[in-house]
Write a protein that binds this ligand. Structure first.
Ligand code: G3P
Ligand code: MG
Length: 254
């Protein structure tokens, strides 16, 4: 299914994470208020099997908890404060479940769900995420992304209408996956390279394959201007307000 986003699209990376604690409902609501085209969030399984929305595999950086998300059950995760580390004003924020996020912002903004089972690639994350998206009927406003091609293939097998974004890293592995092999492995609608990998040739190659190119993570307006001039179809940014507020529009076609 084609990705129904403008070019260039503004993805609020982990929500509007420059102004609210990342991967919280507050950050997602703020991204909507700031006019982002999409939100990006990170999904993984906790010990009791629910899909939770958090970036790190450990709790220390963004919550007042300790240890691995994968070893902590939801009833414990629910008690943690996921906002105070950012600003005491956000002390009521919790680690949301994907179910809560889809229920509260699903259908109100396009959602890029990054499937983050990198250290547990055989876990049922892709199938559980796909089941939730199907239950909420959000196939047309969700995109699955991952650095793991096999995770994307499993999500695709379960819910083939949802578009895929293949994330790639800088370095030799990313270079290989940005090439024809990546497209052979994953029938993606979008390539998601790191910003330093973006070249005119890479943009052209993605477009030749009929795919969009969305690059992460861009918070510098000058760099964004350069990338938009190259023809990238979207950027992940922690600060959507830089691009969407009236004075911050970088192109006239948004
Ligand atoms: O989707 C872009 C970006 O989120 C990938 O890296 O580590 O921020 O999840 P990370
Ligand atoms: Mg991410």
């Amino acid at each position: 299914m084609p990705i129904p986003l403008p070019t260039p699209a503004i993805f609020a990376h982990r929500g509007a994470s420059a102004h609210a604690p990342e991967n919280t409902l507050a950050a997602f609501e703020l991204a909507i208020r700031q006019g982002a085209d999409a939100i990006e969030l990170d999904a993984m399984l906790c010990a009791s099997g629910e899909v939770v929305v958090i970036h790190d595999e450990t709790l220390e950086r963004t919550t007042d908890g300790q240890g691995l998300v994968s070893e902590t059950p939801l009833e414990v995760l629910r008690q943690l404060d996921a906002g105070s580390y950012f600003d005491p004003a956000f002390s009521g924020q919790r680690i949301p479940t994907l179910e809560e996020v889809l229920e509260s912002v699903g259908g109100r903004i396009y959602i890029n769900i990054e499937l983050k089972n990198y250290t547990t690639p055989r876990d049922p994350l892709p199938e559980r995420v796909a089941a939730l998206v199907e239950r909420f009927g959000l196939e047309e406003s969700v995109l699955f992304s991952s650095f793991n091609p096999w995770t994307l293939r499993r999500a695709h097998a379960r819910l083939p209408r949802v578009p895929l974004g293949l994330l790639t890293t800088p370095g030799w592995m990313g270079t290989v996956l940005n090439g024809p092999l990546g497209r052979l492995l994953v029938p993606y609608e979008a390539l998601h390279p790191e910003r330093r990998s973006v070249t005119p040739a890479l943009v052209a190659a993605a477009h030749r394959r009929g795919a969009r190119l969305h690059t992460y993570t861009v918070d510098d307006p000058a760099e964004a201007r350069y990338l938009f001039a190259l023809g990238v179809d979207g950027i992940f940014t922690n600060d959507p307000l830089l691009w969407t507020m009236d004075g911050g529009r970088l192109t006239t076609d948004r």
